[in-house]
Design a binder for this molecule. Structure first.
Ligand code: TMP
Ligand code: ASP
Length: 250
């Protein structure tokens, strides 16, 4: 089902943003498209949009209940949510609890090493540039946000990590790493934005020992492991087992 929406405001790789009836709200449509390696690899997976939308809604509601300011307002349909309009800060904030992915490709840190305290990195969000990793000096030079806002984003990101880790723990899932995006609303408040889903997190199944079989996230697509939708569906099923249905806008 498609909710009533206004004009297309922005088209991303996995989502579209539409105008709503209200100036300070927009509608987000989650698409079935999956991309990797800066869209060099692309495939559509039936039902991915719905699964990621529902997972994100559950997680945003859980975080909201714990006082984490975020853009989510309600679901509008299976693959659609209503969110507060924000100006997205072009940064990808990545937190890692276990070493894998680009960290192990770019440094001698060993695959599977536990990272305590967790590692937080800022990447510049620009597909054409390949989302480059930023040093503190480069981040400051770019003048994308004040020092106060950067500290606030780091504080929220570490808190999101703790909350997601303990939530996933109860579901027998390991939160390996994840990417967050932040925006600023009309009142100048920093809000957690974008999505939180198996597209943007690495999640391992604690019930499975095999290092490939246990993967329940986009690495299944990146590494051609198959079973992408089964894996995403398993994450949603476990979340639904412990939390109530997300609210739907009237
Ligand atoms: P990385 O190991 O490839 O740097 O990825 C770190 C985390 O960020 C991982 O959970 C996947 C997520 N991620 C995105 O959500 N979008 C991206 O464009 C990239 C590169 C990673
Ligand atoms: N989202 C990125 C892309 O579309 C990369 C990734 O998630 O691996 O290429």
């Amino acid at each position: 089902m498609k909710p009533k929406h206004g004009q297309l405001l922005y088209q991303g790789k996995a989502k579209r943003i539409f105008q709503s009836d209200f100036d300070d709200q927009v509608l987000v449509e989650f698409k079935n498209d999956a991309t990797a390696f800066n869209a060099l690899k692309h495939q559509e997976f039936e039902d991915k949009g719905r699964i990621n939308c529902q997972i994100s809604a559950h997680l945003f509601e859980m975080l909201e209940s714990q006082g984490v300011p975020n853009h989510y307002l309600s679901l509008a349909a299976d693959c659609w949510m209503v969110v507060e309009r924000v100006r997205i800060i072009p940064l990808e904030v990545v937190i890692r609890n276990i070493a894998t992915g680009s960290l192990c490709r770019e440094t001698p840190i060993k695959q599977g090493d536990e990272l305590l305290p967790p590692l937080l990195d800022f990447y510049y969000k620009d597909d054409q540039m390949g989302d480059p990793l930023l040093s503190e000096a480069r981040l400051e030079k770019l003048e994308l946000l004040s020092e106060k806002d950067r500290l606030e984003i780091e504080r929220i990101a570490f808190r999101v990590n703790l909350l997601l880790q303990s939530f996933f723990e109860k579901l027998d899932l390991t939160l390996v790493d994840f990417k967050l995006e932040f925006g600023i609303n009309n009142q100048g408040q920093i809000l957690l934005a974008d999505e939180i889903s198996p597209d943007t997190c690495r999640i391992w199944d604690k019930r499975i020992r095999d290092s490939k079989e246990r993967i329940l996230d986009k690495d299944r697509f990146r590494q051609d492991l198959g079973g992408v939708i089964n894996a995403y569906g398993e994450v949603l099923k476990r979340i639904q087992g412990v939390s109530s249905t997300p609210r739907i806008c009237s």
